[in-house]
Design a protein around this ligand. Structure first.
Ligand code: 6GU
Length: 227
């Protein structure tokens, strides 16, 4: 699967993309993540990507021409491509949407700046996505969130243990259960003893499974009250 991010900051994610699961997935050839500098698709000597809005108003608007050029250059006709504009006005990104995007060979993500993108870009894209009800300076972080959420659903990207754990709550990511590791009892200076729930030490796997099923709906609540 090939991700293509059109941005005016093509280098900001270099270290992030090299690390961990995404780095490994790229090395294995399971995913390819290409950053495209929008300025490479401009035609003037100042490499202009935005201009003031018609009708007046504050802020700048991203120009349609460089974006359309970039899309045309990246799109490969032998691939099923999905072209997405990242904007706070878009449809909310969900786990379901991440799953749906796994069916494409090529995804083009356009990171717009928050003030806006010329509306005519809409004619050249398939959909508009937002990652939540808040405003970011640009679509770059949203693009990364989508790349990561989609990549980890591609077979082979997660290790065997990672993916079997994934399957148990992929239908509803909020249904994670509370987890613990050593030590059995933890005391921060002067604080109360925070113990691992007895059931998890019991070795009774049927009871543990039941406990997890009950507990995972309220995973943000500490089972022993506020710490
Ligand atoms: Cl996709 N872009 C921006 N600029 N802000 C956002 C967003 C996208 N999703 C949530 N906030």
């Amino acid at each position: 699967m090939q991700f293509n991010i059109i941005t005016i900051f093509p280098n900001i994610f270099d270290s992030y993309l090299k690390e961990s699961i995404l780095g490994r997935a790229q090395k294995k050839g399971l995913v390819e993540i290409n950053m495209h500098n929008l300025r490479d698709y401009t035609s003037d000597k100042h490499r202009t990507v935005d201009d003031s809005p018609y009708g007046g108003g504050v802020g700048m608007v991203m120009m349609v021409e460089p974006i359309v050029r970039a899309i045309k250059d990246i799109k490969q006709s032998d691939k099923t491509t999905r072209t997405i504009l990242l904007t706070p006005r878009g449809e909310r990104f969900t786990q379901q949407k991440a799953q749906a995007l796994t069916r494409y060979d090529q995804i083009i993500l356009i990171a717009g700046r928050y003030e806006g993108v010329d509306e005519r870009v809409a004619e050249f894209i398939d959909e508009q996505i937002s990652i939540g009800d808040f405003v970011l300076n640009g679509g770059e972080l949203a693009a990364m969130a989508i790349v990561e959420a989609v990549s980890r659903l591609i077979p082979g990207v997660l290790g065997k243990d990672e993916s079997s754990r994934e399957e148990s709550f992929s239908d509803d990511p909020s249904r994670e259960y509370p987890q613990y590791t050593r030590p059995e009892a933890f005391v921060a200076d002067g604080g109360p003893e925070l113990k691992v729930p007895e059931i998890l030490l019991s070795g009774n796997h049927a009871e543990i499974a039941k406990w997890r099923k009950r507990g995972r709906k309220h995973s943000t609540e500490h089972p022993q009250g506020k710490a």
